[in-house]
Design a protein around this ligand. Structure first.
Ligand code: SF4
Length: 193
């Protein structure tokens, strides 16, 4: 499991509930969806921090309704919410659309985040960006213009290609590095009587 980004103006982590993998109420596999989103977005820098969550059903145990991108599983697919915010001033995310496939969740989420990356001001959270430009503007660029949505998605993937996981540099067996020494157990002195 890679470590999340704790401080950067970047993707933080994708929080999930346990979904159909472990919960009898679940309608969708939220854990694997969260992993897919996090892998797609790993290393993404942004105007301000970005948090996502995925819930496996509308009970919404991962609190996707107060995230920059919230994904909620329903019987027939996934609902996408954007521009939520926890913290000091809680803002409820706004409903963006409903999609049916995992690929659509990734594409629409990426398109929204790339639009935000390209247009938001530095230190402007998604909630303030969407309040400034309007949700209708976001819908025009993502829902009503499929070519633009796909292009935004591709620009994000292009920007993230070649992202290096700094933690993997430390794994033994990868790129002969002295950092791997961090994983070599220290010898424990044995006391002899
Ligand atoms: S959101 Fe639904 S699927 Fe996820 S843990 Fe809660 S009840 Fe279960």
């Amino acid at each position: 499991m890679p470590s999340g980004h704790a401080y950067g103006k970047s993707i933080r982590t994708v929080k999930t509930c346990v979904g159909t993998e472990h919960c009898r109420f679940g309608t969708q596999q939220s854990m694997s969806m969260g992993v897919a989103l996090e892998k797609m977005l790993f290393g993404m820098w942004s105007p301000h921090k970005v948090k996502l969550a995925v819930s496996g059903c509308p009970r919404n145990c991962s609190e996707a309704g107060i995230k920059d991108v919230g994904v909620i599983g329903v019987d027939s697919g996934w609902e996408l919410y954007v521009a939520g915010n926890g913290g000091i001033k809680t803002e409820v995310a706004e409903f963006l659309c409903k999609v049916t496939t995992r690929e659509e969740v990734l594409e629409y989420s990426a398109a929204f985040l790339q639009l935000y990356r390209e247009e938001a001001w530095y230190l402007e959270r998604t909630v303030h960006y969407v309040q400034r430009v309007g949700l209708d503007y976001v819908k025009q660029h993502i829902l009503e213009d499929a070519d633009n949505r796909k292009a935004l998605h591709q620009r994000l993937l292009y920007a993230l290609q070649g992202t290096i996981d700094p933690w993997k540099e430390r794994l033994p067996g990868t790129a002969a590095t002295p950092l791997a020494a961090e994983f070599i157990p220290l010898p424990v002195p044995v006391e002899t009587v």
